[in-house]
Design a protein around this ligand. Structure first.
Ligand code: PEP
Ligand code: MN
Length: 338
């Protein structure tokens, strides 16, 4: 349910509503808009009829059900786009955030070289996996904490905030010590224990759509994080599995306008995993920005043919420079910048 306060409701009246929601066993979620204050009452669906009594409280205009299965992610609870600061980089505003770097952190030289190159080309954040979800248990699994330390070193030199993946609830604390954005990979989008765990932290989470999750399931996964208290979720479209084999996945750019219509959360697009081929990354990055994405996640490697993972879809430095130029042109055409 959401409680819509009258435009002239006082702080005292708002507080009374908050206290009453709590006393009924629900969690209040306050959103103060320009016009009026909206208070979501989040919790067990079954007893929600009790919340109608809130209508009698002073300052309350109406009590209405949240029609979507996702609550905190819905636009009914928060009007206007969410924006977060990521160590000085804003996501959700007019500037497109480009997160670039290798699929995996492989060595000190590799990550430092890449960090310098993507920074020079205009990227706003550095990506790199230290814990890697690999299809085969015999493939490179990532450097673990050593990889996180190398990312930290790259940040210290370039100033680029870090995005890196966490795969297990017991590693969240460790990864959160190094990361500016925690990435939840496609394969873990419905790992509800992991979602709840990252929800306990006050650090932005980039939640990647699963290989076969619907947009609604992605939003419900986001709801797990939001309902634990972490309001800084970034959604990432990274391609879904279809019958098409010319590309690794089918990048579902429909998801961008759909998500923009359904939620206030920022939306980014990963055309690297979305296509699986470096050649298609730049055109799909341009298309993503044209469709309204707030950011891009791009794999870049100094020598893609030597990469431990995802070399085929990784851009060389010069191709990343071209991507940035082409994306900047599209961004300008849609009233944004990189
Ligand atoms: C990645 O970003 O390197 C990754 C493993 O992505 P996904 O979870 O989307 O496959
Ligand atoms: Mn990858």
């Amino acid at each position: 349910m959401i409680v819509v306060m009258k435009a002239d409701a006082t702080d005292g009246e708002i507080n009374r509503v908050i206290e009453t929601i709590e006393s009924l066993g629900y969690r209040p979620h306050v959103s103060r808009g320009v016009e009026r204050c909206i208070i979501g009452a989040i919790g067990d669906e079954r007893g929600k009829s009790r919340l109608h009594s809130l209508e009698a409280l002073p300052g309350v205009e109406s009590v209405v059900p949240i029609l979507k299965p996702y609550k905190l992610a819905s636009k009914q609870v928060k009007d206007g786009p969410s924006r977060y600061q990521i160590d000085g980089v804003e996501i959700g505003g007019t500037r497109i955030v480009v997160v670039a770097g290798p699929c995996s952190v492989e060595s000190r030289d590799q990550i430092l070289e890449t960090a310098r190159a993507v920074k020079a080309a205009g990227a706003s954040m550095l990506r790199g996996g230290a814990f890697k979800p690999r299809t085969s248990p015999y493939s490179f699994q990532g450097l673990g904490e050593e990889g996180l330390k190398l990312l930290q070193e790259a940040k210290a030199e370039t100033g680029l905030p870090i995005q890196t993946e966490v795969m297990a609830p017991e590693d969240v604390e460790l990864v959160a010590r190094y990361a500016d954005v925690i990435q939840i990979g496609a394969r873990n989008v419905q790992n509800f224990k992991l979602l709840r765990r990252v929800g306990e932290f006050d650090i932005p989470v980039c939640l990647k759509r699963g290989l076969s999750t619907t947009i609604e399931e992605l939003l419900m996964a986001a709801e797990y994080i939001l309902s634990e208290g972490n309001q800084k979720v970034i959604l990432c479209e990274r391609g879904i599995r279809t019958f098409e084999t010319a590309t690794r996945n089918t990048l579902d750019l429909n998801a961008v306008p759909v998500l923009k219509h359904e939620t206030h959360l920022p939306v980014i697009v990963d055309p690297s995993h979305g296509t699986g081929h470096w050649r298609y990354v730049t055109p799909m990055a341009q298309a993503a920005v044209a469709a309204g994405a707030d950011g891009l996640l791009i794999e870049v490697h100094p020598r893609p043919h030597e990469a431990f993972s995802d070399g085929a879809q990784s851009l060389k430095f010069d191709n990343f420079v071209t991507l940035m130029q082409r994306v900047a042109a599209v961004a300008e055409a849609v009233g944004r910048s990189v």
